[in-house]
Write a protein that binds this ligand. Structure first.
Ligand code: CA
Length: 240
């Protein structure tokens, strides 16, 4: 299986800085999106440190590690780095970041997630959200204590229940998948998914255009819808 990919990040229309970061290492089969948080420039530090550290540790893995083990360890190492950095620098105290990553090997993929960035898969026209948000409102929706409509309007919708770098250790969710020719994967920050409903995402992703253009269209649509937050996406296409 071959994979082609493209990514794009944009400040959006309302924020003065971009606290999202992404990285693609196609030759190593790893793709990462992070959405940072924290005062001053701390969010930018956390997200850029996270993508760098995850790539560095993943790419330095030893042959006996599976891609999934290597990715999980890389996420833990990135958590250590951000956490230690924040402890040593009072201006960066409390910084953290979400992380959604995809690693591929032949026709296998693993999605790792911490926080409320997301991974979706479009297969045969059907869009499926692979990840589960680690957010307060999403947990309440899943347990039946809140309706999805209420969650969208809730003042607590920004509260995430798992992040990279805010605690001394972190456990990412890991979703193992098989990939098929034609599958399209989207990794993105919430600045995209809060502006574009899933059915719109599905119809945009179904367009048979180069994936670089697809990223531009997605970011453009999120900006046209308001661009309230930083917007980041990576699109990965599996080709037989
Ligand atoms: Ca965000």
């Amino acid at each position: 299986m071959q994979y082609t990919s493209a990514g794009l990040t944009d400040r959006g229309r309302k924020r003065s800085a971009n606290e999202d970061a992404f990285a693609i290492s196609a030759e190593n089969g790893i793709y990462v999106v992070c959405d940072g948080m924290g005062g001053a420039a701390a969010g930018e530090v956390a997200s850029s440190l996270a993508v760098e550290e995850v790539l560095k540790h993943f790419n330095a893995r030893t042959a006996e590690m599976t891609p999934s083990q290597a990715a999980e360890q890389a996420v833990r190492e990135a958590n250590d780095s951000i956490y230690t950095h924040a402890q040593r620098n009072s201006k960066l105290n409390g910084m953290g970041t979400t992380l959604v990553a995809m690693v591929t090997e032949e026709n296998h993929a693993w999605i790792l997630n911490v926080g409320d960035s997301r991974c979706y898969r479009l297969r045969a026209g059907n869009l499926e959200q692979i990840t589960v948000d680690h957010s307060l409102v999403d947990e309440q929706v899943r347990s039946g204590r809140m309706k999805p409509d209420e969650a969208k309007r809730s003042p607590l919708r920004n509260v995430i229940t798992r992040a990279l770098g805010t605690q001394s250790s972190v456990t990412p969710d890991i979703f193992p998948l098989d990939t098929e020719p034609g599958d399209l994967f989207l990794l993105c920050s919430d600045g995209l998914t809060r502006e574009l409903a899933d059915d719109l995402l599905a119809s945009m992703l179904a367009n048979d255009i180069p994936i670089g253009q697809l990223c531009e269209r997605l970011v453009g649509a999120a900006n046209n819808a308001g661009g309230q937050d930083n917007i980041t996406c990576i699109v990965i296409r599996a080709q037989g």
